[in-house]
Design a protein around this ligand. Sequence first.
Ligand code: AHR
Length: 499
Amino acid sequence: MIKNTLHLHTQFQIGEVDPRIFGGFLEHMGRAVYEGVYQPESRHADEKGWRTDVLEALKGLAMTNVRYPGGNFASGYHWEDGVGPKEARPTVRELAWQSIEPNQVGTDEFIELARRMKWDPMLAVNLGTGSPEEARNWVEYCNSPPGTLFADRRVTHGHSDPHDVKLWCLGNEMDGPWQLGHVPADQYAIRAQQAGKMMKDVDPSIELVLCGSSMPQLATYLEWDQTALEYMGDLTDYVSLHRYVGLGDKETADFLAIPNSIDQQIEEVDATCRFVQGKRKSKKRAWLCFDEWNVWYKTMKPGSEHMQGGGKFAPPLIEEIYDLRDALVVSGFLHSFIRHADVLKIANIAQIVNIIAPILTRDDSLLIQSIYWPFAMFSKRRNGISLSPKIQGEMYESSRYGDTQVIDSSAILDRDHLHVFLTNRSASASQVEIQLADRKLSGAYNAECLTGPDPLACNRWETPDVISPKAFSDCKIDGSSVDLTLPPYSFVAATLQLV
Ligand code: AHR
């Protein structure tokens, strides 16, 4: 067995990990809202209709913020349809997913849910079919003190205190021809600037996320970002990145090498932000907000019943079943986010329930999917400063993604604790020695390991616990080094105590 060495030094710091990279995304799509978080007829529903079993499961992920109401849905959504007495709200045809939307959950319900779950709400305005003024009015509804038209409407609906929503997305994936109201970058930039300016005029304390490129495969990749960023100037605080990855015709080794391309995407968008900042000679740069990311390929069939609701209410769209391999790729996204803690400030796994999600519901039952676990294992060890991880050891050549370390890694220093995250992309067990250059370890630790009987193993309704973390006790600590052996296709999260 080849030994891999992970070199760490507590002074080789990338930056503070922003807790907001542990965010989620809830869209009015398929069974995410209805039959996901909200189902008044479920035996698990509370008096407001929220599914308490789903909320309990979501607590295990300790998400810091949740983006709402879409997604593609946002580009056709009129927020005023979703406020006020429920019985007076319109049922509308929803075009992004060809579904029926009864508007029984809207702004006030989502904010109530977010506050209860300790999520910071992040709202995406409609820059597809909506107007900049509609976006401005939504900010007033949410954030202004009583005394003006939209704020008073909120008060009438029972919320005298402002909702105080800090993060606002200026549309969704406006670079994509699939998007309702898609336009070229220069026209999007005008809409975004008009909306963003008025939104900040209403509440200067809000932060704005500009729509960046929704995928590297589009011909407009990076040029879109440059055009929009230049036009927006200092008005924008973040630019969004999206990425869904899949197996396609790749081998497992190539699939597990995808995090190389996540690093690349982050670095290219970061370079674009710096370029625009330099060109504009501005003191302000846009930070990165990866506000949709996940593995998604088994149900990604445009035009299929997975992606078109057929005019139904709560149709079962893109309910991906995740295996161990997918969970390892999810760990790879999170390694990459932590390694880019200096520039990446927000990220939202898409989505939180039923739609390409860590949690599935069926009638009154609930299933935890494999991808739930890497998120949970990172999330409980997320506080601190990202350290630069240097791995020496086994490599392989991925035909798609180039030279790849067998061990993917990241590390966070949290005062007198060191969190280390390791993914073994090999079909064989791999030895890893962690070498901490400048500090000693006390010997105390806690660690857990996620693996399974084979890379295609999944949690299913009949066998729900095939992929779940187990305590990992195979750490031999000596002074400032740790020896561990990772099982084939596994992810280990360890917290080590420093002296
Ligand atoms: O998350 C599912 C969809 O993927 C979102 O609505 C859209 O923004 C993206 O294309």
